[in-house]
Design a protein around this ligand. Sequence first.
Ligand code: NDP
Length: 244
Amino acid sequence: MLVTGASRGIGAAIARAAGAAGYRVGVNYLRSAAAAEAVVADIRAAGGEAVPLQADVGDPAQVERLFAELDSRLGRIDVLVNNAGILASFRVDALDHAQVAAVFRANVFSIFHCAGEAVRRMSTAHGGAGGVIVNLSSVAARLGGLAGGAAYAASKGAIDTFTLALAKEVGREGIRVAALRPGLIETEIHDVHGGLERMRTMAREAVPMGRSGTAEEVAQAALWLASAAASYVHGAVIDVAGGR
Ligand code: NDP
């Protein structure tokens, strides 16, 4: 299983859970080498197998290198989790073009680059053995995101739509595709707009369950989607959001 953006937060939790479930795990990261090494060390300490793989998944040449490294170090890819993503906060009337581009590059173009490489390996039409692709969307796709989050929310809407389109494209080629829409989850991504305490306060008010979620709770949903237990779940976009 390749998990993009697995040095921290939800990606790290998915990588750890995957290692514990017996997957050989590619732990991709952008800059946090020490954190990625720590995730790999945790997986190995628990008896699993993992390798750290540095690459900016927004860059097609780096994604090509990432998959070549994955091929040589871990062998066949069965599951791709497109998790890497960034948040930006600005009003549209104070538009920052560079930030809009950065959000779409990291959140959307990355998924095209990684899914392209994965489908070329997994698809039975290319001689592959099939597989599963899980995309990390967000409830922002249907709620419009928090104040200043238009670029982020729109990028997640694109992920939902991409999930439906890819499901049609590869469903007969042994590949299942699905997306998760997490709600307010406790990770460093919230540093962009006030940090964890502000997010927890928001969660107490806005989430029907009255609390934020953990990265591990999202990881369990991702592992289920990847597993044979979800064998007829395809083109689905599933909320993991405490009812929000
Ligand atoms: P974090 O900010 O905690 O972690 C982001 C991870 O993505 C890091 O490992 C980071 O690597 C990596 N990353 C960012 N850009 C790139 C890139 N260009 N190439 C490779 N890796 C990259 O985020 P979360 O764990 O909170 O979020 C994970 C996913 O879940 C995202 O897609 C996010 O949008 C989605 N999500 C999160 C929610 C939440 O409340 N936390 C809610 C809804 C959706 P490095 O450490 O090297 O920077």
